[in-house]
Design a protein around this ligand. Sequence first.
Ligand code: 3H9
Length: 648
Amino acid sequence: MAVSWNRQDNIGLIWIDNPPVNATSHAVREGLAIALAEANADVAIQAIIIACKGKTFVAGADVKEFGTPPRAPFLNDLVQLIEDSAKPVIAALHGTVLGGGLEIALAAHGRIAALQTQLGLPEVKLGIIPGAGGTQRLPRLIGMPEAIDMVASGKRVSAAQALDLGMIDRISDNDLIQDAIAFAQILAGREPRRTGTLPVREFDGLAVDVQITAIEGKARGQISPGAAARSAFSAASLPIEQGLKRERGKFLELVNSEQAIALRYVFAAERLAAKVADLEGISPRFVQNVGIAGAGLMGAGIAVAFADAGYDITIVERDEPSMDLGRKRIEAIYDRMVKSGRIDIALKEQRLSRIGFHIDRAAFSQCDLVLEAVFDDLDVKQELFASLSSIVRADAILATNTSYLNPDAIASVIMNPSRFIGLHFFSPANIMRLVEVVRTKDIAPDVLAAGLAVTKRLGKLGIVSGVCEGFIGNRLFTAYRHQCDIMLEDGALPHEIDAAVEAYGFPMGPYAVTDLAGLDISWARRKRDAGKRDPAARYVTIADRLCEAGRFGQKAGKGYYAYDGGKKSVDPAVADLIATISDEKGITRRSFGQDEIMTNIIAGLVAEGDKLMNEGIAMRASDIDLVLINGYGYPAWRGGPMFQSGRH
Ligand code: 3H9
């Protein structure tokens, strides 16, 4: 039974039990409506609690029902029944109270949450807006700017933040149901406080206008964030009935939109990515103590990611000065988090206390996993792992963060390569969500499973990749850049390509990105690998010629663009150089429209995606889309090139 209820003295206790996440599937909606009516009809009952079995309160509407014909009772009507209940209803919250789950809670007359609860309205991430009163009731409880921020970003807040905001009434740090019953006894017999009848607190209208304009700009073509913000904004001017009607209309309009369909595909793809056929039934090898060799930019970001997820970290640097620099880098990351209000000083100290700094590799002896983030050079990495073999426990996992080297070649120096894995983080590692989990030749199944379990605990998205130069991400990025470079040589200019890519929804075009990252490292790699190049393949020399002219990007004050005092501008010298190169190759330059630019880029990505699949490097087409979305800024609301080309 998805919903059941019983009476404890004068309190009616309704239980939702719909694993895995208590989504409001049809059976839940129907059961809840019946239970609510029955509890209201029972004269012995003076207050009603809604609670959930399992690991979480309702985590939202059932996304699997989206796109299928809607079946009554609808969630918005059910939520209204809760708010209209003659007897006070208390929502007893735990786990992740999301979307429709939070909407149920907002319509209740009292809210109590277990200490670890997370609350949010993530609908925008599915290309929709809340459809059961979220945008109308949240501003009435927490105020307009805060509500707009939550509905437009989809971010979650902790129980403590929710209490501060006024979203919930109490926190339970003991037995949630006992505490909910005690709360219900206070409300029992009283006139319920209905959220929909509350006025929206006064706010600065001009500031909210600016806030919404910024949200729409940042969405870069995605409709739902702006629509959610505007729906919340309407709560200030419309009576609740009209506001709810307007919200519902927008929800129904968006739920079957192209963007929502693409984002639902991404949602399903993310869950699929963790499923690996030959790992079924395999328990991941245990990891709690994590060693990190090297605390440069990458190592420091990785250490912060692990510390934030509650791991114990041992960092080893080669000498005292490097160790001090590493410590400073990590402290600086935490200082920025404190400054932006993401954590407080106490949390910073708590997380830093998880990280130990050493200069002797023997400190790794008790680690469950040691990950290297040292210079990307085969000799350097082999020397490290050869020495680690005799330091770490025999069952400890060894991992490389290499971007381009062959992990199997690195593993050749260790005694038991079955414990060797690639964990390729993207920079900055504490922020970027993507991690390529590289399946090495001899890897043990529980080591691969551990790679996926660790990335999940880090809150990141692990995508399994086979071994090849650049893995899935850099192979795709190289193909993308190659398509763009060909268009440069054939007639386009860097700012035209960047403009097309940005208009498509990427945060930055490829040439602005390259200028930011610097042109020199890939130039060095191209020179090193010149002998490996396929002589039959078209080679574009523009990047090499820019480097020869000292145009290494932003740090040199010039690259694909000029940077005057850090301000980017189109540089005619670059256009001249590109025209000269086209001329030298006998190419008659022609113009490219934005659509053609994007068609070519997508075709290049799909062709490389097909190769990655045929070579067995990527497990499935949707993994390729996820890598582009989470590692390279491909707009999620478009689904990805494999999705768009019907290959998923
Ligand atoms: C909404 O509420 C609209 C309303 O405003 C209006 C309606 C009128 N439905 O992620 P996990 C499944 S929109 C169905 O690995 P975790 C998931 O597919 C919704 N199924 O676990 C997976 O199944 P499987 C707003 C769902 O512990 C299993 O649960 N809500 C749903 O890492 C485990 O998932 C959201 O957007 C769902 N809503 O994380 C919340 N959610 O094992 C989306 C999950 O077969 N969900 N499943 O692959 C999440 O963010 C995470 O799943 C959650 C758990 C944090 C809940």
